[in-house]
Ligand binder design. Structure first.
Ligand code: C2E
Ligand code: MG
Ligand code: MG
Length: 719
């Protein structure tokens, strides 16, 4: 821009200020600005305001406008203007209004292009004429940029208005009046943005809501970052929506107080309810609606992290006894109904600070906060209440069922300060409760952990023993009382442990059953027993015990067939002893398998009769060949009238169902006499012989021949 200094044009000194006429001295060569004028990069010319003719034009102007330099001699300043600007130019020249000030014009270039310019006029003397120096700045680019900027502004306006997210701006210097409120914002709150703009929150929303917004605005203005809030807002139609808003004061460049507050709002109602549903689904059991294991563990974890600030609590691990039986025998809808009813009953036992969860299957758990001085006594009362909740029969699909439960209790913080440890310990206590015959509760004790560790060690050893062939079968004779002959031998497994000596089945069968190793062990027993029995006289049978777990094995039938084949043993010489539990669980499938085994010609005996459910319906559901009365009844035969009654009942069942009856655990001649009198079919027990190694069996058979059983017993007693 021209800075007002004097300069000379074409050898004539030009000085600003027409009113200071003749102050300049033409020809004074102090300053020769001619060359400067001509070569100056700013387009300039001098014209006569009377004739409007150009008096001189510099090179930059010639270049910019494109007219030949010599053409200017015949041109007026109107010639470089489009028609629509000429009138204004005439007025401006007459009024001298373009002097000493910048003026916007549109000029016409030689090639017809219209150019935006800014001219600055100064009155000068030129060749003795009162002339005007015009200094020109090409504004085309600048104006284009401005135009673009204004296009961009309106584009931005349109984007902001139509953004799918709510945007608003408040003028905090004007009582927080809205100066911008886009369409989405309007939709969120149910108001027309035109209604909102110009108003404050107090005109639009309830006083409480407006006051809350005002507080947030104050916070956003005071702080430097973003303020994010999520709150329920009442829409114009009364609906309550969850709105998430992020507010921020627009920073000022010069550090002056912030004035504008911009906010972005989003209606998150659906998203939040969806998230809530998802997290509910993820944290709850679909069947009962109770918290699931993950939720339960989280909750317990949160309690435990409180450390000393947390009240002690009891963790009760609850297992519905024989749930599988109900599920299998009555169908899944009945099983589901039972689970839901259990959930309801358990919920009724706890307070607001406690929790009931379904951990999976038929396992439930409670967390009960303990307030009293004696945590153990308090927990025992709760466990009792749980047992009591089960005492009322359950109505399942119109059928009344009695269902019990077993409960393991761990106390926090004493029995563990981390979730997994507590759950494991409560589980160990539950395991012990089940081992105690179910329908009871047990507190966790350290010995349970030691036992669990022992069980684990035993599992490892059992695996090894199977590979190393450390098992052996002993055989105990079974005597037929009709002629005192040997009817058969029962195969009883022993483990010749390298360090602990010979172990009885009670020490390892339960672990083998738990770990599934019973499958491999059971297979071996069947094959080994058949192989050994094949060496005995054909009249002597072999009895093999089957674990209920073996019925879960698909190959049991094939194993039996293969064992008989390999040993070339007649199926009629093999007797399989099962317990009632085989019929208790998955009875349909197991019955099928039993029938298939019996169809081979193998005999099936019910072992330990009288100790389990002893449901007579089992005898009807399957044609057993034999029942073996548990030895507990034999031992009480002389002293306990109940035992004698059972002995008689078993004899009656034997003749009624045409079954062989065998009495186990006969130890004394008196017991033998009694059983003979009661008409029992067979006896087995220490009175005759203890289980013996396979190698002793042939000798026993040979010795037994011709021996009077009764004599044997009395003789032994005399010794
Ligand atoms: P069980 O089938 O009832 O076997 C009879 C058990 O009573 C045997 O104990 C036997 O030694 C014992 N016994 C026999 N006569 C008398 C007696 O007069 N007095 C006393 N007090 N006991 C007597 P054992 O060998 O310790 O076996 C215990 C249980 O282990 C068996 O009971 C059976 O259920 C199971 N078992 C044994 N071998 C096997 C096997 O190979 N597979 C499976 N699954 N279980 C087996
Ligand atoms: Mg047996
Ligand atoms: Mg038995």
């Amino acid at each position: 821009m021209y800075d007002g200094r004097e300069f000379d044009v074409t050898g004539v000194r030009i000085v600003p200020g027409a009113d200071e006429t003749e102050r300049n001295v033409a020809g004074d060569a102090d300053y020769d600005f001619r060359a400067l004028f001509v070569t100056h990069p700013t387009p300039m010319w001098v014209y006569d305001p009377e004739t409007l003719r150009f008096l001189t034009v510099n090179d930059a102007a010639v270049r910019l406008y494109g007219y030949p330099a010599e053409a200017y001699a015949h041109m007026t300043v109107l010639d470089i203007r489009p028609k629509w600007e000429r009138e204004r130019m005439l007025v401006a020249v007459q009024a001298r209004s373009d002097i000493e000030r910048a003026e916007r014009w549109q000029h016409l270039k030689a090639d017809g292009e219209i150019m935006d310019v800014l001219t600055y006029g100064r009155a000068v003397r030129f060749d003795g004429v009162d002339a005007i120096l015009a200094i020109v700045t090409d504004r085309t680019e600048v104006n284009r940029a401005y135009r673009q900027a204004s296009d961009t502004r309106s584009l931005l306006d349109s984007i902001v208005t139509n953004l799918p997210i709510g945007v608003f701006v408040k003028d905090m210097a004007d009582d927080g009046r809205y100066i911008l409120y886009n369409a989405s914002c309007g939709e969120i709150v149910g108001y027309d943005p035109d209604y909102i703009v110009g108003k404050t929150d107090f005109t639009i929303f309830t006083p409480e809501q407006a006051a809350q917004f005002r507080r947030q605005d104050g916070e956003a203005l005071g702080g430097s970052g973003l303020l994010a809030v999520e709150e329920d807002v009442v829409r114009s139609d009364g609906a309550i929506r969850t709105i998430r808003t992020v507010k921020r004061a627009i920073p000022t460049a010069d550090g002056s107080p912030q004035r504008y507050l911009v906010g972005i709002s989003e209606d998150v109602t659906e998203r939040r309810s969806y998230e809530a549903r998802i997290s509910h689904l993820a944290m709850h059991d679909a069947r009962t609606g109770l918290p699931n294991r993950a939720f339960f563990a989280d909750h317990m974890g949160a309690l435990l992290t409180l450390g000393e600030r947390c009240d002690p609590f009891a963790l009760l691990y609850i297992d519905v006894d024989h749930f599988k039986h109900i599920n299998d025998s009555m169908g899944h809808p009945a099983g589901d109904a039972l689970l839901c009813e259990v959930a309801e009953r358990l919920k009724g036992l706890v307070g607001a600070a406690d929790m009931v969860a379904r951990l999976g299957g038929d396992e439930f758990a409670l967390i009960v906060m303990l307030k009293g001085a004696d945590a153990r006594a308090e927990a025992a009362v709760i466990a009792d209440r749980v047992m009591l909740a089960f005492s009322e029969p359950f109505q399942l699909e119109g059928v009344t069922e009695h269902v019990d439960c077993s409960v393991g209790v761990a106390l926090a913080p004493w029995n563990g300060d981390d979730v997994n440890l507590l759950l494991r310990n409560a589980d160990l206590a539950l395991y012990a409760a089940k081992g105690d015959g179910r329908s009871t509760f047990r507190f966790y004790e350290r010995s349970m952990r030691l036992n669990a560790e022992k069980r684990h060690a035993l599992t490892v050893e059992l695996r090894r023993a199977l590979v190393e062939n450390e098992f052996e079968l002993h055989y105990q004779p079974i005597i037929s009382l009709s002629d005192d002959s040997i009817s058969g031998f029962e195969a009883l497994v022993r483990w010749n442990h390298p360090e602990r000596g010979q172990l009885a089945p009670s020490e390892f069968i339960p672990v083998a059953e738990e770990t599934g190793l019973i499958m491999a062990l059971g297979d071996w027993v069947i094959r080994e027993a058949c192989r050994t029995a094949a060496t005995w006289p054909a009249s002597i049978k072999v009895a093999v015990n089957l674990s209920p777990c073996q019925f879960r094995q698909v190959g049991l039938l094939a194993t039996v067939v293969a064992a008989l084949d390999e040993a070339k043993l007649s199926p009629s010489r093999l007797e399989l002893e099962i317990t009632e539990s085989v019929l208790l669980s998955e009875s349909g499938q197991n019955l099928q398998l039993l029938h298939a085994l019996r169809a081979l010609g193998v005999r099936i005996a019910m072992d330990d009769f009288g100790t389990g459910y002893s449901s007579l319906s089992y005898l009807r559901s399957f044609p057993f060949d034999k029942i073996k009365m548990d030895r507990s009844f034999v031992s009480g035969i002389d002293t306990d009238p109940g035992s004698l009654a059972i002995v008689r009942a078993v004899t009656g069942l034997g003749s009624g169902f045409n079954l062989t009856t065998t009495a186990e655990g006969v130890e004394t001649p008196e017991q033998l006499l009694r059983l003979r009198r009661e008409g029992f079919g067979e006896i087995q027990g220490f009175l005759v012989a203890r289980p013996m190694p396979a190698g002793d069996v042939p000798g026993f058979i040979a010795r037994h021949h011709g021996i009077n059983l009764d004599d044997l017993g009395w003789r032994r007693k005399a010794c």
